[in-house]
Design a protein around this ligand. Structure first.
Ligand SMILES: [Zn+2]
Length: 353
């Protein structure tokens, strides 16, 4: 009897709850991860010190590596430092930059990665992609998915709330990204993976509909699970399509045109998604998404993050060129500058100020 279903590359442990960090050593001692206890732990030099103090007694055979930042050079240096150690696995303990560096370094030395996320700023904590700054700006590098993901909600709640907000914007943007994927399927015959689309959309919808706020464990649980499932949806699809459409093109355009003034990934993606939903004629969904973004303290208008409407028009016009080959509502409508200006005015009016 042949295996008629497909296997999904996914972590063998997903532990998301308050206090999860207290059981990290037990998770790592799983014989599929590290039965010997020889671990390389990547951590930030600054904010990681307290975590190291707390966790190191439980991991006596681990070596600790301070990661300089989120660049390709940092990740290569980390791999160099780790390669002589004969470790069972790499543990990335920190925010997005640390985990992305650890992901890349682990792939380079051929070891599995355990992601221990200390904030929820984006959906990369369990994705097959490492985003690192390189000589040309910023690059996305394909890497294996983490072998385990641990998220302690007590740690998440102690991190600055802007990180949770960023994760909300990134999760909500899935709804617009999947709509773009469906559009590309209808208009261009691009194949769509129904399972990946379902996982990404459900993650976005769950965060959108949850009545709780950034300080509630029940909300943080749904958000963290949503971001993990979104990462796995990208593994299922084989690229970032389920979680990246016009919303992310707009985000990239902000980063590239205004590198010094850009806001967080999720702030820009969330606003980009609300605008993209409006552009595709889903006015009610757009207004609802904007209301939810506002409720959580996220921006919905460029002014909210210090940009003029005219600068936003420039961003939207530039956005398609940030991701050649990706067909979204922006490529579909192919608006002129004046049409973008009109569409923006209509959006601002529709969501109310
Ligand atoms: Zn994103």
């Amino acid at each position: 009897m042949p295996v008629l279903t497909r296997l999904i590359p996914s972590p063998i442990v997903v532990d998301i709850r308050p206090g999860a960090l207290d059981d990290l050593a037990t998770v790592l001692a799983d014989q599929r991860i590290s039965s010997s206890g020889k671990l390389a732990v990547a951590i930030s030099g600054g904010s990681g010190a307290r975590l190291r103090e707390r966790i190191s007694p439980a991991l006596p055979d681990a070596d600790w590596f301070e990661v300089g930042g989120g660049t390709l050079d940092n990740a290569i240096k980390l791999a160099e430092a780790m390669k002589r150690g004969h470790y069972d696995a790499v543990v990335g303990l920190g925010g997005g930059k640390i985990i992305d560096c650890a992901k890349f370094a682990a792939a380079r030395v051929g070891l599995p990665l355990v992601a221990v996320a200390t904030n929820l700023s984006h959906d990369g904590l369990c994705s097959p992609v490492a985003t690192l700054d390189n000589d040309a700006g910023r690059g996305s590098y394909g890497v294996p998915n983490p072998i385990a993901v641990v998220i302690d909600l007590d740690v998440i709640r102690a991190a600055p709330v802007r990180f949770v907000r960023s994760g909300i914007g990134d999760a909500l943007s899935n709804i617009s990204a999947v709509a773009d994927w469906e559009l590309a399927n209808r208009e261009k015959g691009e194949s769509i993976d129904g399972l990946a689309a379902a996982m990404a959309r459900q993650a976005g919808e769950a965060v959108l509909r949850h009545p709780g706020g950034v300080g509630d464990d029940s909300f943080l649980q749904v958000l963290a699970e949503g971001l993990v499932l979104t990462g796995i949806s990208m593994s299922v699809a084989g690229d970032s399509r389920p979680a990246s459409g016009a919303c992310h093109e707009i985000n990239h355009a902000f980063d590239l045109l205004f590198p010094k003034r850009a806001a967080s990934h999720g702030e820009q993606c969330g606003m980009g998604a609300a605008f993209a939903m409006h552009l595709r004629g889903a006015r009610e969904e757009s207004a609802y998404m904007a209301a939810v973004l506002r409720r959580h303290g996220l921006p919905v208008l460029p002014e909210d993050i210090g940009f003029t409407p005219e600068e936003f028009v420039q961003v939207v016009e530039f956005a398609p060129s940030t991701r050649p080959g990706r067909y979204t509502i922006l490529e579909h409508l192919d608006l002129s500058t004046d049409q973008i200006r009109d569409a923006y005015a209509d959006y601002a009016k529709a969501i109310g100020s």
